[in-house]
Write a protein that binds this ligand. Structure first.
Ligand SMILES: Cc1cc2nc3c(=O)[nH]c(=O)nc-3n(C[C@H](O)[C@H](O)[C@H](O)COP(=O)(O)OP(=O)(O)OC[C@H]3O[C@@H](n4cnc5c(N)ncnc54)[C@H](O)[C@@H]3O)c2cc1C
Length: 315
């Protein structure tokens, strides 16, 4: 039986999945900063998501999050509905050379599932700490491979609740982006591997994990690569050469391990991290004339400008 929760803002329809008001996003993002989601929805399945979106008041904004490994949520939080895909979207299956995965599955689990079936080509996913939905949106990649090389089909739900089946020709992958409209929510993907020896695949996954530990601050509160690499250049080199690698704002620092990562050393606000990113970009521009572009998605409202109903709650 679906009931409308009286603490919900107007325009939120009932659903089979979990609906909560004023949920702290600082607990759900890698940076461990950010204000509340006005409403958090974890759909029970695709039909629940589709029905919810169809009935949701059209003026309410919708934002989807994976595990928040490439986002900076501002201190005022996110108005409207924030959607996170729950357990029903984390299943990984398929047969032959294909891996069919829910968009809520962790990339690392998909890499391991493919390895267990003796499918090579998906090892790069073991080094990316996000979900398949985030990987599709970002065309995530590492070590010379990216989603574009392995995705054969995907499924997404648009803001009106219509479910779309997408082939590679619809996905329009580019550098850390896809042509699929921002408001569409990926729910599933079919990836293709190539048969190989299981021990060799497992060894490549181990190598990738070890390389990650050496080169990236994987145990810190971070948001992954802050800026996209400009054509033919590396963002971290531009930051180093501009003398911006030792900048800080409050408890937000440029990572001493990798200059294109920002870290929250504890107690930083989203504003500290965003201002630090802007200061780094300004230094690089002054030194090289190159305008760095955020790779991290900066979402939501500044402190004091977020969802009014959540003032003092969920921050
Ligand atoms: C230590 C570290 C190392 C990293 N290394 C790499 C790397 O080597 N290569 C790389 O590419 N990235 C890397 N990243 C960045 C990040 O892990 C990837 O971009 C990842 O794909 C983001 O997935 P997520 O589920 O966390 O998405 P989130 O960070 O939650 O969201 C990112 C974007 O995707 C959108 N999104 C999320 N889920 C969906 C969905 N189901 N449908 C539609 N849109 C969605 C969000 O709205 C947002 O715009 C790294 C991050 C960290 C913290």
């Amino acid at each position: 039986m679906m009931a409308v929760d009286s603490s919900m803002p107007a325009g939120i329809p009932p659903a089979r999945g979990r609906l909560r008001a004023c949920v702290a996003l600082s607990e759900l993002t890698w940076f461990r900063v950010g204000g509340p989601a006005e409403v958090m929805f974890r759909p029970a399945d695709v039909a629940d998501l589709s029905k919810f979106l169809r009935r949701l008041a059209p003026e309410l904004p919708v934002t989807v999050l994976g595990v928040g490994s490439n986002v900076l949520v501002r201190d005022g939080g996110i108005a409207g509905v924030v959607i996170r895909l729950g357990g029903a979207f984390a299943r990984v299956g398929g047969d032959g050379a294909e891996v069919v995965t829910g968009a809520g599955a962790l990339d690392g689990n998909v890499a391991l599932a493919a390895a267990a079936r003796g499918l090579a080509g998906l090892e790069f996913l073991s080094g990316i700490p996000g979900t398949i939905g985030g990987a599709l949106r970002m065309n995530a990649g590492a070590y010379g491979r990216e989603m574009r090389d392995v995705v054969v089909a995907a499924e997404a739900v648009d803001r009106g609740g219509t479910v779309h089946r997408l082939g590679p020709e619809h996905l329009g992958f580019g550098y850390r982006q896809t042509a699929v409209p921002e408001s569409w929510i990926f729910t599933r993907a079919t990836l293709r591997g190539t048969p190989d020896n299981k021990t060799a695949i497992a060894a490549r996954i181990d190598e990738i994990r070890a390389a990650r530990e050496r080169t990236q601050p994987v145990r810190e509160r971070t948001g992954g690569s802050t800026f996209k690499n400009p054509p033919g250049r590396k963002a971290w080199e531009l930051i180093r050469d501009a003398g911006a690698a030792n900048l800080s704002r409050g408890a937000a620092l440029v990572s001493p391990q990798h200059a294109n990562f920002l870290i929250n050393t504890g107690g930083a606000t989203a504003a500290d991290l965003e201002n630090l990113g802007l200061a780094v970009a300004e230094r690089v521009h002054a030194a090289s004339g190159i305008a760095l572009e955020w790779e991290i998605h900066v979402l939501g409202a500044a402190a004091g400008a977020g969802p009014a109903d959540c003032e003092g709650k969920g921050a």
